[in-house]
Structure formats: C-alpha cells, structure tokens
Design a binder for this molecule. Structure first.
Ligand SMILES: [Fe+2]
Length: 178
C-alpha cells in the first residue's frame, strides 16, 4: 500500500535536519531522486518506504550520538517513533555493517535487523551512485572518491575488501532488475 504520509514526513524531517548542512542536503536530494528512478526495482508497496529511507539515510550527520552516522540516524528515527523497518534500513544503509565492524562498532548494529532485499539494494545503489554534491557518479567513481577522501588508514578503507564487493553485487542486482 502506498504510504504518502510517510514520504511527506520524511522529506520534512530531512529538510529540517539536513538543509542547514549544505552539501549533505544536496547529496540527499540527489539520492532521493535516484531512488525514485530505481523504485521500479522494488514492489509497488515498498516504493514510498524506499524513497523515504533515501531522504532519511544520512540524518545521522545532523543527529550525532555515537559518531557513526548510520546508527545515529537510526537512533534518532527510533526515538521519534518511525517504523522499525525504515529505522533498520537507515542503520544498515550501503553496507554500514562492514564499516561498523572495521571501527569496532559492530555491537551497535545488533539492535537493527539486517534486511537484504530489493529495497536495501535500491537504497544502497541510489546512495552509491550519487556523489557527495548530489550529482550522478558511477559506483566505481564513488568508491574511489570515498577512499581518497577518508584515507588509507580509515575504517572505510579497512572495510573496503568486504564492502566494495557487496556494493558491486548490489549494483549488478539493481541494474538487472531495471
Ligand atoms: Fe549518503
């Protein structure tokens, strides 16, 4: 069933929290639009959930708690009473579990069930084919930029041998469904 109210609330909360952050907001708008364009890869009943999660996936940057933005976003949404499936999608977006593990923060993820589905794939694909300024980018380009930005000693770099292949498999699945 479409959930227009969920989507409207997601845009509203994302704008409130992220618009003041500038670039992060432009990235979010780009991810949400990309999610709309790949929404045909998920069940009709899940499309609003997908796009709502795209709007909200990075709000952890504006609601700092642990310092790990996927979990911070999930905690914030959970405290506000958002649906648990959406909360878990935000916690796990774009292979966050691999980065959490590399940072010794794996235990923070255990509160959120890991969904491995066309919805989690489409969310990761939308995020990882949108650059930090909101423009389109290939997955390969996005990962290269991310590694350059975070540095070779970063948790992102340490997680890359697991997260990279996961994201490439995600991209193959999404493009196969389009
Ligand atoms: Fe993102």
């Amino acid at each position: 069933m479409p959930d227009t109210a969920l989507l409207v609330s997601a845009v509203d909360l994302a704008a409130t929290l992220l618009a003041p952050l500038g670039t992060r907001w432009h990235h979010t708008i780009g991810v949400a639009h990309r999610a709309e364009r790949v929404a045909s890869t998920v069940r009709a009943a899940d499309r609003d959930l997908l796009v709502a999660a795209a709007w909200l996936h990075d709000i952890g940057y504006a609601a700092r708690d642990t310092g790990f933005h996927p979990v911070d976003g999930a905690r914030h949404l959970s405290a506000l009473g958002w649906p648990s499936r959406l909360v878990a999608l935000v916690a796990h977006h774009s292979g966050a579990r691999f980065t959490a593990q590399a940072q010794g923060l794996g235990h923070l993820m255990s509160a959120y069930p890991h969904e491995d589905s066309p919805v989690s794939d489409a969310l990761a694909y939308a995020d990882q084919t949108t650059d930090p300024e909101g423009g389109p980018v290939t997955l390969r380009g996005r990962l290269a930029e991310m590694l350059a930005r975070h540095g070779s000693d970063s948790a992102n770099a340490r997680a890359h041998h697991l997260r990279g292949p996961y994201l490439h498999a995600v991209a193959d699945r999404v493009e196969g469904r389009l």
